[in-house]
Ligand binder design. Structure first.
Ligand code: NAD
Ligand code: UDP
Length: 339
């Protein structure tokens, strides 16, 4: 098998390695996940429509024989997805693990075309579940703290059913991810599909798109350019920020967790900060003289968010290691290079 040519002429790397599909693999989290899986000896297919992902995130993997990338939409039918995987050295039904990350994650991007966001979440999940069912693969869903909406309860445990406005501007994402979770658990109940669901809380780090629109990348870019720091609302709303390396460690542990652990499992850093505190940290770590500029708070913007990570600690033996200041320093250094 070693050295066998794939359909795209690429040598098939690590033929004995696990065959893994990462949807959204050219995005911020997906590209870090591809790196990690390749380091572990897996053979990785990245499927991405490059809506918010970037070629640059995976450019360093181009010549890696164990890596293939296909440009495709995860919502475009399971047969379509399978056909595209066939363009790589892989056969779709030999895939052993699927990480389903394909979906714009920044409010700015997921609100641009909300109907498409909903399709990506729901049809994408359905297609990946169907692929997993046919292939007998394990499938992990990148769900989100947004399933808790504007949480009344804090910190949020997995048992909390949340407070989502089903007709608001965030609903395309929140309800899409909630429906995707429903599909995952129904596939498990109906077909015994091996599923894993993680609810990811705000994660940041190198490779966030400079125009991503989320708070960490916005504040760092604004500080480095000497522009006003745009605080929405009074800045007293909170978020809990997890560094990307910690997040990737957790989702890899989740995929390898005991067979009957389907989740959902919260993954995030319980350190809770107001958005104003974040702005002040970024100003001090960049040495920027940017001013704070207060702008209207978007509709349904959650007031507090902090994960209860008791389950992740107990089941995965995981907790985050990188404190916010340290993670911000590494992220700022990366953005400086990009600029
Ligand atoms: P990102 O926008 O950088 O990455 C998403 C990737 O999915 C991009 O490469 C994009 O091009 C691709 N994509 C979008 N729609 C697609 C489609 N229809 N078909 C194929 N590819 C598609 O965002 P991210 O921060 O890396 O998020 C990755 C996943 O993690 C998302 O599912 C997101 O909902 C989830 N998540 C992320 C966070 C976070 O803080 N980063 C928090 C909660 C959940
Ligand atoms: N936010 C902000 N300024 C920005 C971008 C975001 O004050 O330039 C706020 C936003 O209103 C929210 C928080 O920062 O309260 C986190 O926003 P983000 O878009 O990063 O993610 P969310 O957790 O809201 O999905």
């Amino acid at each position: 098998m070693n050295g066998e040519n794939g359909e795209n002429g690429k040598l098939m790397g690590n033929p004995n390695g696990k065959k893994v599909l990462v949807t959204g693999g050219a995005g911020f989290l997906g590209s870090h996940l591809c790196d990690r899986l390749l380091k572990e000896g897996a053979s990785v297919v990245c499927l991405d429509n490059f809506m918010t992902g970037q070629e640059a995130n995976i450019a360093h993997l181009k010549d890696n024989p164990a890596f293939s990338a296909v440009r495709h939409d995860v919502a475009d039918g399971v047969d379509g997805v399978a056909a595209y995987i066939s363009r790589t050295p892989h056969k779709p039904y030999t895939i052993e693990e699927i990480y389903n990350l394909a979906c714009p994650a920044s409010p700015v991007h997921y609100q641009k075309d909300p109907v498409r966001t909903l399709k990506t979440s729901v049809w994408g999940a359905l297609n990946m579940l169907e692929l997993a069912r046919r292939a007998g693969a394990k499938v992990l869903q990148a769900s989100t703290s947004e399933v808790y909406g504007d949480a009344i309860l804090s910190p949020q445990p997995e048992s909390y059913h949340g407070n989502v406005n089903p007709i608001g501007i965030r609903a395309c994402y929140d309800e899409g991810k909630r429906a995707a979770e429903t599909l995952f658990f129904d596939y498990r109940r109906m077909y015994g599909t091996r599923i894993k669901v993680v609810r990811i809380f705000n994660t940041y780090g190198p490779r966030m798109h400079p125009a991503d629109g989320r708070v960490v990348s916005n504040f760092i870019m604004q500080a480095l350019r000497g522009e006003d720091i745009t605080i929405y609302g009074d800045g007293r709303q909170t978020r809990s920020f997890c560094y990307v390396d910690d997040l990737i460690e957790a989702i890899c542990r989740m995929m390898q967790s005991r067979e009957d652990l389907a989740g959902p499992v919260n993954i995030g850093n319980p350190g809770e900060f107001t958005i104003r505190e974040l702005a002040e940290k970024v100003l001090s770590l960049t040495g920027s003289r940017s001013k704070l500029a207060f702008q209207p708070l978007p509709q349904d913007d959650p007031q507090q968010r902090k994960p209860d990570i008791g389950l992740a600690k107990a089941e995965l033996g995981w907790e985050p290691r990188v404190p916010l200041d340290e993670g911000l320093k590494m992220t700022i250094a990366w953005f400086k290079e990009v600029l």
